[in-house]
Design a protein around this ligand. Structure first.
Ligand code: 5CA
Length: 440
């Protein structure tokens, strides 16, 4: 994208309403704009990040055997009356009446709807296990929407729902998702720690939150230093496979035998058993949450399948959420400096910025055009007629992993400057060598 043609409205001033770095930076770098309290429009740069996160989440769900579908945002109240949650959900649910006076709602989650879809078509244990997911906008009328997209009212969630014939099979499904989650967060460039959690309005007795560490997180967390150096997601030798129940058990044990808890679940006795030099304490952001709630919904909604003996039984369910839009803010909380965002390579809106320090100069323009042709959609070409300082500041603010700086002196010597945003390291290279570093 050429910056002169792109819609990336950056702000020089820090907006007053933003209390934390990610919210400030998302507004300043032109990623989002608020349209109502807790509701945001995603501008082109922000949308690219959201899509990148979505893609990685989707790939890891697919790899774990979950199947994607897409359910609507608007749901009929009837389904929620069946489960008993229509009244329980209270004011957080946005209730809508259609022109025929039917009660509808903007979905805050989809346990009821997926159970309804399942019971219409699945009648036998032979079709299990089944895990269905979608990536769809949710609405929760939070009392205090804040921190930008981190606690919004409308937000994008990946939610998966597993159906199994019995508890043992449901536990395997749960562990599979836990492994998929650790791989997802690792690929996103984040260190996430699974912590035992309360189940709240979703229900059930087996539940973990995935917390990434950041000083502005809403939860106080306590964990063993072991979590600082486990390579959770490793595939192949020494890693864990989705397809082996024994591997999944080994993985689950590795994740849960080491102490980690949010303040709600913090256990002083267990904490005292952790060696003092291994105790870590900090703030964290919940980016995912998984639940096993047995037959809570399948009983309430009369969902049954025939088991191997031909008897009708209620399948066991779990649900598995990732806060896709929250992850954009959380990634910035975990990775920024005073100058701006530092995107991990996997989610960056553009891999590189090309900074033309003398737009209009034939030699500089020619080198920039060559770089831009080679990188295509991976590059944001700053072809504005502005001063170099403005371009440096904006590139640091937007946080592209690489900056290709093209100025008249360098070009005369056949060189461009390559800067790595994360480390600040700079190198003088030929345009070809710089390109192969960026794409390599
Ligand atoms: N049905 C289950 C799992 S599919 C469920 O709804 N779980 S949840 O309530 O824990 O939400 C899943 C994830 O969505 C959370 O871990 C969090 O990352 C994200 N999330 C929840 N509320 C918000 C919100 N108000 N703004 C942004 N993200 C949110």
């Amino acid at each position: 994208m050429r910056l002169t043609q792109g819609f990336i409205p950056t702000l020089k001033e820090t907006p007053n309403e933003a209390q934390i770095a990610s919210h400030r930076l998302m507004l300043r770098a032109g990623l989002v704009r608020q349209t109502s309290a807790g509701i945001y429009a995603w501008l082109p740069l922000g949308l690219r990040v959201l899509r990148n996160i979505e893609r990685i989440v989707r790939q890891e769900q697919d790899a774990a055997g979950a199947q994607e579908l897409l359910m609507p945002t608007i749901q009929p109240a009837e389904l929620w009356r069946e489960s008993g949650r229509y009244d329980d959900y209270g004011k957080e649910m946005l209730r809508i009446v259609d022109r025929h006076d039917r009660d509808m709602l903007y979905g805050p989650t989809n346990e009821e709807m997926i159970s309804d879809i399942f019971r219409q078509s699945v009648h036998s244990y032979r079709n299990l296990p089944l895990n269905l997911y979608h990536i769809q906008w949710k609405f929760r009328d939070e009392t205090r929407p804040r921190f930008g997209v981190m606690r919004g009212r409308e937000f994008l969630m990946k939610d998966a729902y597993s159906f199994d014939i019995d508890r043992a099979a449901a536990v395997v499904s749960y562990r599979k998702m836990m492994l998929a989650y650790m791989r997802t967060f690792q690929r996103l460039g984040l260190k996430a720690i699974p912590m035992e959690a309360d189940t709240g309005p979703i229900g059930g007795d087996l539940s973990h939150e995935f917390i990434i560490l950041a000083p502005t997180g809403e939860s106080q967390v306590f964990y063993d230093a072991a979590f600082e150096d486990i390579d959770y997601g490793a595939r192949g030798a020494g890693g864990f496979s989705h397809d082996s129940a024994a591997d999944l058990e080994r993985f689950f044990h590795a994740m849960t035998s080491v102490y980690a808890a949010t303040d709600e679940k913090h256990d002083l006795e267990k904490w005292a058993a952790v060696a003092p030099e291994r105790r870590r304490e900090g703030r964290g952001i919940e980016v995912g949450h998984i639940f096993n709630f047995g037959t809570k919904y399948t009983k309430a909604m009369n969902v049954t399948v025939a088991n191997a003996e031909g008897k009708q039984v209620h399948p066991e369910m779990g649900s598995y959420g990732i806060g896709v839009s929250r992850l954009v803010g959380a990634t910035i909380e975990a990775s920024h400096d005073d100058a701006g965002i530092i995107w991990p390579d996997a989610v960056a809106p553009f891999r590189a910025a090309i900074l033309n320090l003398k737009s209009g100069d034939a030699a500089c323009d020619a080198v920039c055009e060559r770089l831009y042709t080679a990188l295509g959609d991976d590059a944001l070409y700053d072809d504005r007629p502005d001063r170099a300082g403005v371009k440096f500041n904006d590139a640091d603010l937007m946080g592209h992993p690489w900056q290709l700086v093209v100025g008249p002196r360098g070009v005369a010597a056949g060189k461009v400057e390559l800067k790595r945003r994360a480390s600040g390291e700079r190198e003088e290279l030929s345009p070809e060598d710089a390109l192969s570093r960026v794409t390599g």
